[in-house]
Ligand binder design. Structure first.
Ligand code: AMP
Length: 215
């Protein structure tokens, strides 16, 4: 059966890493609104410029913008066989809009995977995060360092830090998460869709727990 999943969790919970691995295994698209917005930004589109204004401060991009992006993306053919939403929905209005969209399309969700990580883990995880602007591979200066500091193992490019991964922006992102996104845990629990996964420990072990859920 097609897996239609949401990955829910605080910034730095590892949801992007886990979503990407699972999407590869299941051969379904990983739909990350954060990646899509960063791409629009890099391409200098109007949408990208509008989003950058919010992203750099650690604020959420307005609901109508991200809902529009997701509506378009879910209509593409590759989503008919399943998908993983990573970083969407992040507010109650987004979750309600998604519900309506998926009902209209006849594509009900399979599960919502909530990756639960205690607060004290989050800040060092995010501020140490580095990515390769060329091939997209992710690293962490302490937990997953590249072989040569500052260089991608895969393609040798200089690694970069996301502009919103600084400590000030992270604090704002975490408070937005608590205010606006954390209530979605209860929203999906009430729908009987929520699966909670403890997100501390080995990446492979966490992946195994997720695979058991979607099997
Ligand atoms: P992420 O890569 O998922 O951490 O997203 C990076 C940033 O993009 C967030 O801090 C927001 O500014 C914006 N963003 C991504 N997804 C959403 C969303 N569903 N709703 C609002 N803003 C979003």
């Amino acid at each position: 059966m097609a897996a239609r999943l949401i990955f829910l969790g605080a910034p730095g919970s590892g949801k992007g890493t886990q979503a990407s691995r699972l999407a590869g295994r299941l051969s379904i698209p990983q739909i990350s609104t954060g990646d899509m917005l960063r791409e629009a930004r890099a391409n200098g589109t109007e949408l990208g410029k509008r989003a950058a204004f919010y992203m750099d401060k650690g604020d959420l991009v307005p609901d109508d913008v991200v809902i529009g992006i997701i509506r378009e993306r879910l209509q593409q053919d590759d989503c008919q066989h399943g998908f993983i939403l990573d970083g969407f929905p992040r507010t109650l209005p987004q979750a309600q809009a998604l519900d309506l969209m998926l009902t209209d399309m006849g594509l009900p969700l399979s599960h919502v995977i909530f990756i639960d990580v205690p607060d004290e883990e989050i800040i060092p995880r995010i501020t140490g995060r580095r990515t390769c602007p060329n091939c997209g591979r992710s690293y962490h200066i302490s937990f997953l360092p590249p072989k040569v500091p500052g260089r991608c193992d895969e393609c040798g490019s200089d690694l970069v830090q996301r502009s919103d991964d600084t400590e000030d922006a992270v604090r704002i992102r975490l408070s937005k998460y608590r205010e606006q996104t954390a209530p979605l845990v209860e929203f999906y629990e009430n729908k009987g869709l929520l699966k909670r996964v403890h997100g501390v420990g080995d990446i492979e072990e966490i992946q195994k727990k997720i695979l058991e859920i979607v099997a």
